[in-house]
Write a protein that binds this ligand. Structure first.
Ligand code: F6P
Length: 506
């Protein structure tokens, strides 16, 4: 880790020895380093691994995902660091460097995971922000834990932020951090990006701590959202619950003493994917061969339909299975002609709603297969696993039709990955209008997943699409994504954050 030597900020002047003590057992690992650019997210972009696994270095492997790819160059160019949880409950890990990125681990206890992560983040905020598809639970002990853990992330960031540093906080688990940073360190440039939807005020109103959340977010100079409707929802809530005067998606924020502190702006920055990585994989002979093998293993059906999701109730997996089952019942497709591959990667398995969903999905898959399978052919090939990106791209290449039937989704990067992998401009994307990706992929076969008849019709349109129409749609979608990859997303956000905002007090 590169040590830095900068002037500390007034009241936060700290010595390396003091920082080392606060950070736990860290010794000579850069615990006292300060950085010009800090990303803060619930999880660090690394996972634990064992030495024999590929990509494993000193017990850590970079976790897959566009965010880290997009930010890694920025990290090295600007002397950056990443603050987040390292994934091991109750374990204190010293700051360390991995793959050229400086990492500052934040500890979470088993109780924090239960109350802050599984509780407030994923059983209160997650369902509330996703159109209350599952009923959110409101518990004061969860909220207390959310505040306490947000404070811990803010404190770690404050210790490691150099004078005037840029801090970019990620996602709904850390919505109180911007204000905590602002109060302690008015010298910082603070950005926040919400990866999931922001609900309309009529739904957000249910949250007993709605004012504190809005206030927390308004600590940022720039609050980024996936869709402009999310930014609009946020500003409407700021107006309704804090009485903020909003002009052109801006709020003039005042401190506890009533003095103006900064202008908070809200804006859409639709996230994207690592286009280069997916495009290159899609052209690799071994990936192409693997795609052909997947088709052969399934008995070379005429059509392979594919669903790839975290096993989450927001993804509309039940709706997709229902539509497919009815198509089999109606004789519109047969198991000899068509197979649905459903990859459902394990997620948040200790949260009740996720346990229930798994039982329901697996029961339905068993029922469909029991009814329609033959000795040679299967209706649904269900895989409750996560796969490396190479295997995912092979699946994208093997699939004629991609089904993204989310009931609500911030963006849905699987849709963008599928389109990017279709370098021959073939294949069809069935896409829910409730996924953020629908704002950019307008040439997808868009549908409302609640409308099962409409979903069935759209699936049949995709199955029977003419090559010329498929190619026209795919070309247009590919152009959109190729022109807007995740690097552009992060550079656009950071450029907007760096912009000087003109005060308009009129
Ligand atoms: O979409 C929000 C998000 O937090 C992503 O950042 C993450 O990949 C996914 O949900 C799963 O999150 P986790 O396993 O950390 O709960």
């Amino acid at each position: 880790m590169e040590a830095t030597d900068r002037a500390s900020h007034g009241a936060h002047e700290t010595t390396k020895a003091a920082l080392t003590a606060t950070d736990g057992a860290a010794e000579g690992t850069g615990a006292g380093d300060q950085f010009d650019f800090i990303v803060v997210s619930n999880r660090l972009p690394v996972d634990r691994c064992s030495a024999d696994e590929t990509g494993c270095e000193d017990g850590w492997r970079r976790s897959p995902g566009g965010l880290v790819t997009a930010l890694a160059p920025m990290m090295t160019k600007t002397d950056g660091a990443w603050v987040g949880w390292h994934g091991a409950p109750d374990e204190t890990v010293k700051p360390f460097s991995h793959g050229g990125i400086d990492l500052v681990p934040v500890q979470l206890s088993t109780e924090d995971i239960e109350l802050f992560y599984e509780g407030f983040s994923n059983a209160t905020l997650w369902p509330l922000y996703h159109d209350v598809i599952a009923p959110p639970e409101f518990h004061r002990a969860w909220w207390d834990s959310y505040r306490k853990v947000n404070r811990r992330f803010a404190d770690a960031t404050i210790r490691h932020a150099a004078e005037g540093a840029t801090v970019w906080v990620q996602d709904y688990q850390l919505q109180l951090v911007p204000k905590m940073l602002r109060e302690a360190r008015p010298d910082l440039k603070i950005g926040f990006f919400n990866h999931i939807p922001f609900p309309p005020p009529e739904i957000f109103a249910q949250l007993p701590w709605r004012r504190a959340i809005i206030d927390g977010l308004l600590g940022a100079d720039l609050v980024g959202f996936q869709r402009s409707s999310d930014a609009g929802n946020f500003m409407r809530s700021a107006r309704r619950f804090l009485g903020a005067s909003v002009k052109q998606q801006q709020v003039h924020v005042r401190g506890a003493d009533g003095e103006p502190t900064h202008i908070a702006r809200a804006q859409a920055f639709p996230i994207s994917i690592d286009v280069k990585q997916i495009s290159e994989l899609a052209k690799k002979p071994e990936v192409i061969e693997r795609a052909q093998q997947i088709r052969r293993d399934l008995g070379n059906p005429k059509t392979i339909l594919l669903g790839v999701d975290r096993l989450d109730y927001t993804k509309g997996i039940r709706h997709r299975l229902k539509a497919y089952e009815e198509l089999l019942q109606d004789g519109k497709v047969t198991v000899e002609d068509a197979t649905l591959i459903q990859v459902a990667s394990p997620s948040r398995e200790r949260v009740e709603q996720y346990r229930l969903l798994r039982e329901e999905v697996e029961g339905t898959v068993g029922h469909i297969n029991g009814t329609f399978d033959t000795m040679e052919s299967t209706a649904v090939r269900y895989l409750h696993h996560s796969y490396p990106i190479e295997e995912m791209v092979a699946l994208y290449l093997a699939a004629d039709v991609m089904l993204v039937t989310a009931l609500r989704d911030g963006m849905n990067l699987v849709a963008k990955e599928y389109v990017t992998a279709r370098t021959n401009n073939d294949g069809a994307l069935v896409l829910s209008e409730f996924a953020g990706a629908a704002d950019q992929l307008k040439q997808a076969l868009l549908m409302n997943p609640h409308d099962i008849d409409g979903l069935k019709d759209t699936i049949m349109r995709a199955v029977n699409i003419q090559p010329a129409e498929a190619s026209r749609r795919m070309r247009a979608m590919r152009k959109q994504i190729l022109d807007h990859d995740v690097d552009l997303w992060s550079s656009d956000f950071l450029a907007a954050l760096a912009e000087k905002v003109i005060r308009d007090d009129s």
